[in-house]
Design a protein around this ligand. Structure first.
Ligand SMILES: Cc1ncc(COP(=O)(O)O)c(C=O)c1O
Length: 403
């Protein structure tokens, strides 16, 4: 059977149990092939309504009285996100940016291991993670240990075992690598680093709303992630942080903001931290951003992370099959793991002219993204991207290369 024909893509769409979700997102440009849902998801219609409601009814109508119900939004919405990463109620807050959360959790972990002199991270880690870790190491006089890694397959448990000894305080690692989409062995790496007495801070930015994570089952203690990618929370939507319950009051947050104060509105003379995940908040949350993020998170929760993952594996597998059939003979190679179980929800297509090709694709109404020096990254959002989108996007790249 020819699986490269448009008919096959249409049949896959008809059989897709999640197909109904696509119409719950704004698509003012029905002909645009959007393959960048891992950078910025499309807006859920419900998010647009929520922003309008919070602005006109709540902000304009309730004014300062709105804080009666806004105040607990970061933890209330955190509880909605929690099941998507296997966390429990009271373990997740939606707040600040991923970068700021990463800094705060990493600082707290380093403070708790003052006798250890090194932080381990990989060179292919997302830039903000590396920069934050480098800054912390410089400020504290710590060394960096670079984890060995394979460009496509990522960091293995063995690489972590080799690098992490009694001098390493903290390991920072993405569950799904932003370039290759390689999925790290989260249970194995967490076990190995914890056995050596180090904390592990997981960046779940490319997992939340795409790939299931079970933080509780696998002993994960600290994690952060974005809500504007597969969770479709909107540009700059507040990020999440997860602190396992038994660490919430044991670690000390580095910023003592008034939202972490036990009796916040007593305005007391001294900082007395709130117990629980609320103790990890800092300042006033942005309610418009939270309203949009809540709608995005709710859609993923409704679809269910297992169904999202099942479609994601088929969708990326379909993109890999088209790459093999059409693009490999034209000079492209696969920059992501071939095994769908080891691959997140994007597919990296490597070509020496990737920058030019990406720009030309955008000119033809296909939006992927480019990662220097040679990767065209196709971010496939299971709630939105159709098999026909994948077909049209890769056919456009094939035609460009052939032309
Ligand atoms: C893995 C990863 N971590 C962190 C970030 C950035 O986080 P923020 O800009 O929200 O601080 C990104 C953004 O793409 C990312 O891919």
């Amino acid at each position: 059977m020819d699986t490269t024909g448009l008919d096959h893509a249409m049949a896959l769409d008809r059989a897709d149990p999640l197909r109904g979700f696509r119409d719950r997102f704004a698509r003012p440009d029905p002909d645009l092939v959007y393959l960048d849902g891992n950078s910025l998801g499309r807006p859920p219609l419900a998010a647009l309504e929520a922003v309008e409601r919070v602005a006109t009814r709540e902000w304009a109508g309730e004014l300062i009285r709105g804080w009666d119900h806004w105040l607990d939004a970061p933890t209330r919405i955190g509880d909605q996100l929690a099941p998507l990463i296997g966390a429990e109620t009271g373990e997740v807050a939606i707040t600040d940016s991923t970068t700021v959360n990463l800094y705060r959790l990493a600082s707290a972990a380093l403070d708790a291991r003052p006798d250890r002199r090194a932080i381990a991270i990989s060179r292919s880690e997302f830039p903000t993670d590396r920069y934050v870790v480098e800054g912390l190491a410089a400020a504290r006089g710590l060394a960096l240990r670079w984890l060995d890694e394979d460009e496509v397959e990522g960091v293995s448990v063995e690489a972590v075992e080799r690098a992490v000894d009694a001098d390493v305080a903290l390991v920072v690692l993405s569950h799904v690598n932003y370039r290759s989409a390689a999925i790290a062995d989260l249970p194995g790496i967490t076990d190995s680093a914890r056995a050596a007495g180090a904390y592990v801070l997981w960046d779940l930015s490319h997992s939340g709303g795409a790939v299931p994570v079970d933080v509780a089952a696998h002993g994960v203690e600290l994690a952060v992630g974005c809500t504007y990618k597969y969770l479709n929370g909107g540009p700059g939507a507040p990020a999440y942080l997860y602190v396992a319950r038994d660490l919430q009051d044991r670690l000390r947050p580095p910023i003592q903001g008034w939202f972490a104060q036990a009796a916040q509105f007593e305005m007391g003379p001294r900082f007395e931290p709130r117990s629980g995940i609320g103790g990890w908040l800092v300042g006033t949350p942005g309610m418009l951003g939270l309203a949009a993020a809540e709608s995005g998170i709710a859609l993923s929760a409704e679809a269910g992370i297992e169904r999202i993952r099942a479609k994601g594996m088929v969708l990326t597998g379909y993109a890999v099959a088209l790459l093999d059939a059409w693009l490999a003979p034209l000079g492209c190679t696969l920059g992501s793991p071939r095994d769908p179980a080891r691959r997140g929800n994007h597919v990296s297509v490597l070509h020496p002219d990737a920058r030019r090709l990406t720009a030309e694709l955008i000119g033809r109404g296909v939006i992927p993204d480019f990662r220097a020096p040679n990767s065209i990254r196709l971010g496939l959002s299971p709630l939105i991207t159709s098999f026909v989108d994948v077909h049209r996007g890769l056919a456009a790249l094939r035609d460009l290369l052939a032309g």
